[in-house]
Ligand binder design. Structure first.
Ligand code: CS2
Length: 474
């Protein structure tokens, strides 16, 4: 079958870009070109290119060459397939102009970041890409990537290292700094990234750190769309649908939301025309999404893993688990305030999204990197609920299920080796749970809270003795 590319776009059985692709020039560099970006920000940008073709995206893969290998022969084009109960709608997205693979092309990446035409650098590098201490949100100076970037700051490989070096290069050349747009699921993601990059810069040059803290905008955003990893079956479905071979299509749900703090000194596309919400303060939306959607997701992921539910929709089919998920969202909602928002309706809508049977979202995908996710998804709810005298038992069960998964191992997590060593040293489930809860860079002050530790260790012991189903039945 013919491969998707600019030359074969005509005759494709999909909606294709309405703008003239050859006239599009780069205005954005995106770090972390994965499925999420391609189903979310790149689509918003695609919708803006008719009105202003100066905002094309240069995608950067920070770790792996696969995305470059897939998209380069396709001129950056890929298919977005939106699935729900009624079927699948396909569209070819043209906003990604090219793909740079950082490990092999670091100088090209730095040159792209330093290019005066680039006015926004956006990121989806996942939680661990921030090289931070998950509990405090501060840069972790012991992070191996940060240590190697500090040893040679002109050859960085981490996101903080690349941003700091590129901002230094622009300043030296008299080019205005770009706006840094974090699109990861972290609380106050813009403010957090600003602090991390300034802390990194401080370790190399205090003057650069002052410049970054004072002169660079890091607006916060809340991003939301459920985007499973692409499977072989997805590739076949898309090929049949559009009549072209696409090496890396992306399948997603109809829902998409982007709430953006409107702070772009060097300009931005008209994101609002593409459906984004531009607001003065994003943080209430971020907290809502992290504690409700992502908290529920992680609950489904860890219990799903323990109970053998392969996908989120399967896990929602377990009545005990669906009840717990509803409680996680209710207890989280009680800690939140969203001006004009209806959190009960939000929870209902989330449940319907989780139940979308057309979306094969694997619980194993969400279960990854728990050490980086637990603090904002569960622990913030628990702290706030406890301080207000409200119930917090449901998110504590999520924490217990995570610990039970760590005990079962192996897990994909930047702290996996540490957890495996703890499991080896503590065969007893209660002792292991205590040892995990002692990890201050995950639990912060909760490492000392007996009210919390007692509840979690009891639940871990029940899961180990009678199974996760028993916890859900209680
Ligand atoms: C998920 C998120 O993998 C995960 O941890 O919880 O990627 C989730 O699908 C998105 O945040 C939805 O917007």
């Amino acid at each position: 079958m013919t491969r998707l590319s600019l030359g074969t776009l005509a005759g494709t059985r999909a909606r294709v870009p309405a703008y003239e692709r050859a006239a599009v020039t780069p205005g954005i560099v995106h770090l972390g070109l994965g499925n999420f970006h391609r189903a979310h920000q790149a689509v918003f940008v695609d919708d803006c290119l008719c009105a202003d073709p100066s905002w094309g995206i240069r995608g950067v893969s920070l770790r792996r060459p696969d995305m470059g290998r897939a998209l380069t022969p396709q001129d950056g084009l890929y298919t977005l397939a939106v699935k729900d109960g009624d079927g699948t709608r396909a569209r070819v997205v043209g906003s990604v102009l090219d793909v740079l693979v950082a490990p092999g092309a670091r100088d090209a990446v730095l040159a792209a970041l330093a290019d005066p035409a680039i006015r926004i650098v956006s990121l989806t590098v996942t939680e661990k890409g921030y090289c931070h201490d998950p509990a405090s949100g501060d840069l972790d100076p012991g992070n191996p990537g940060i240590r190697s970037d500090l040893a040679d700051p002109s050859a960085p490989s981490t996101a903080p290292g690349l941003l700091a070096e590129a901002l230094r290069m622009r300043r030296a050349a008299g080019v205005a700094p770009f706006t840094v747009l974090s699109c990861d699921n972290l609380p106050s993601n813009g403010r957090t990234l600003a602090r991390i990059v300034a802390q990194y810069a401080e370790l190399r040059d205090a003057d650069l750190a002052r410049f970054i803290a004072g002169d660079v905008a890091f607006p916060s955003t809340m991003v939301d769309r459920i985007v499973p990893a692409t499977t072989e079956a997805d590739r076949a479905v898309v090929a049949a649908l559009i009549g072209r071979e696409d090496a890396w299509p992306v399948l997603t749900e109809p829902f998409s939301q982007w709430v953006i703090e409107d702070r772009f000194p060097t300009g931005r596309p008209d994101f609002a025309a593409a459906g984004a919400e531009l607001v003065a303060d994003v943080e209430p939306y971020e907290r809502m999404k992290l504690r409700m959607l992502n908290g529920a997701h992680s609950t489904l992921a860890y219990f799903g893993q323990l109970l053998g539910h392969e996908t989120v929709a399967d896990a929602m089919g377990d009545p005990g688990l669906a009840r717990l998920v509803a409680r996680v969202m209710r207890q989280a909602a009680a800690t939140l305030y969203l001006p004009g928002g209806d959190l009960a309706r939000y929870a209902e809508a989330l449940e319907a999204r989780f139940r979308n049977p057309a979306l094969k979202h694997r619980t194993g995908q969400i279960a990854m990197d728990g050490s980086q996710k637990i603090p904002q998804r569960f622990l913030d709810t628990i702290r706030h609920a406890r301080a207000a005298g409200l119930a917090w038992d449901a998110p504590a069960l999520g924490v217990a299920a995570w610990i039970a998964c760590l005990r079962r191992g192996p897990v994909e997590d930047p702290m996996a080796e540490r957890f495996a060593a703890l499991a080896g040293a503590h065969p007893d489930p209660v002792a292991f749970a205590r040892a995990v809860l002692d990890q201050r860079d995950v639990f912060g002050d909760l490492a000392e809270a007996e009210w919390f530790g007692g509840a979690v260790t009891d639940a871990v012991a029940t899961i180990a003795g009678a199974g996760a189903g028993r916890v859900l039945a209680a």
